[in-house]
Design a protein around this ligand. Structure first.
Ligand code: BGP
Length: 458
């Protein structure tokens, strides 16, 4: 039996946009996802957009019972900035305040520890119109929003997060064209990254003024970068990949500043963001209390054998090229490699290089297509998901045994939810969602997860 430390957090995570639905209800403002879907619905899998996602907005009372039935002692969701403050800055939407207070209170009434995140890829569209994260005014508006959230819900939230995976909105909005406004502009990407980090620090600064009993952290998608080989050029590619993908947010969030080599590269290619000393001080003086780590797949890289043209757009691929390792295990539905061993490496990296800060796995999971084919006697028999979780937990446990300060494991996700790029194609939930009827049915993994949580191990 693998036994986890006392009071270990067992649960799952979701986000506002992916689970609430009611995108145009009760005064909610438009987010970039609503805007993008309105403009280009064909960009979304089966043309299903964010408006009708899992409908937790209407169903939260029932759904909270399901949290309990699947063994959650903790749960993370996010606040929709555009629901709470429809224009992104200024007037508060009272209906949103009521919804979040009722939803959050019902979670707390079940004795479930509540983790709330402030930003999960969902910029209010009016703020994207003025440049989103590339605009310093938006940093101020975000700090005001965070301040308001602490004031309104600070008494019921146990742990806060400033951002979920900030490197993702940076890259997908300004390099890879997977999030609106789908631009390819490395300078904007760097500015967005710096401003997001500054926004996180400013939210922490506001948080401290409220003197709450809770803690505040950030959720980062981390994995050590694995080089193809031990050749110096592959090793260099891995080092730079780590700087860009992990240390760009990890170092300022925990150590209060940026790695020298990262700054040198950014500066060498004329990508330095606008910043001043006061902002650097804010980042330095407002660090996280604990860390959330999302992990799905390893980051495997190799050298880029080609030279950069003098007029090239400076893309990360010039420094490190994704490496598709022969014979890798893969989740074919999502195209992501399965490599549970990385969880141990993450744990050791945090122990040795990040002050052994308190952390938890905030996301890990397996999205599978067409799960109905696994339905027997009315229940999806998702043994593959149980195996996936077990394998990752084994390595997490090994990391804890080695002294890493991990305090919990959250699965992605609770009820099958909408995905940014894949809508409802791949299902991740412990609970099945019938999209037609909205009926919820606990999968085999949901029952297993309850046992896992009850036994604090398996
Ligand atoms: C993470 C995001 C989640 C979720 C998950 C699964 O990066 O934080 O919001 O979407 O990935 O990915 P996908 O939905 O693309 O399959």
């Amino acid at each position: 039996m693998i036994q986890f430390p006392k009071n270990f957090y067992w649960g799952s995570a979701t986000s506002a946009t992916q689970s609430e639905g009611a995108a145009h209800k009760d005064g909610k403002g438009e987010s970039i996802w609503d805007l993008w879907y309105r403009k280009e619905p064909y960009k979304f899998y089966n043309k299903i957009g964010p408006e009708d996602t899992t409908k937790i907005y209407e169903n939260y009372k029932e759904d909270v019972k399901l949290l309990k039935q699947t063994g959650h002692n903790s749960f993370r969701t996010s606040i929709s900035w555009a629901r709470l403050i429809p224009e992104g800055n200024g007037e508060i939407n009272q209906k949103a305040v009521d919804f979040y207070r009722n939803y959050f209170s019902s979670i707390k009434k079940e004795g479930i520890t509540l983790f709330v995140n402030l930003f999960h890829f969902d910029m209010p569209s009016s703020l994207q119109e003025i440049g989103g994260w590339t605009n310093k005014d938006v940093v101020e508006y975000y700090a005001n929003y965070a301040d308001k959230a602490f004031e309104l819900f600070g008494d019921i939230v146990d742990r806060w997060f400033t951002f979920n995976e900030p490197i993702v909105h940076v890259e997908e909005q300004y390099l890879n064209q997977n999030h609106y406004p789908m631009e390819v502009d490395p300078k904007k990407a760097v500015q967005s990254a710096f401003n997001s980090q500054l926004a996180s620090a400013k939210a922490i600064e506001k948080f401290r003024k409220h003197n709450l009993d809770s803690k505040i952290g950030i959720v980062l998608n981390l994995t050590p970068a694995y080089p193809r080989s031990q050749n110096p050029s592959d090793l260099k590619a891995a080092r730079i990949a780590d700087l860009f993908q992990c240390k760009s947010f990890l170092d300022p969030s925990i150590h209060g500043g940026y790695p020298k080599e990262l700054v040198e590269i950014i500066s060498k290619y004329n990508l330095m963001p606008e910043y001043n000393d006061e902002e650097l001080d804010i980042i330095k003086n407002n660090r996280i209390d604990f860390l959330g780590v999302n992990y799905y797949q390893p980051l495997r890289v190799k050298e880029n054998p080609y030279e950069m043209k003098s007029d090239a757009i400076v893309m990360p691929e010039y420094f490190f090229t994704p490496y598709i390792m022969p014979g890798r295990r893969i989740n074919k539905y999502r195209g992501w490699e399965i490599y549970p061993d990385a969880v141990y490496d993450i744990a050791i990296n945090i122990r040795d290089n990040y002050n052994n800060i308190e952390w938890l796995m905030t996301e890990n999971g397996m999205g599978v297509e067409d799960e109905l084919r696994f339905k027997e006697n009315g229940q999806i028999q998702d043994d593959y998901r149980i195996e996936f979780i077990k394998e990752h937990l084994e390595f997490l446990h090994k990391g804890i045994e080695a002294g890493s300060n991990c305090v919990g494991y959250h699965l992605w996700t609770f009820i099958d939810c909408w995905s940014w790029l894949n809508a409802y194609k791949n299902r991740y939930g412990l609970v099945e969602l019938d999209l037609e009827t909205q009926e919820r049915t606990i999968k085999k993994s949901g029952n297993w997860f309850k046992e896992l949580s009850k036994n604090n191990g398996f």
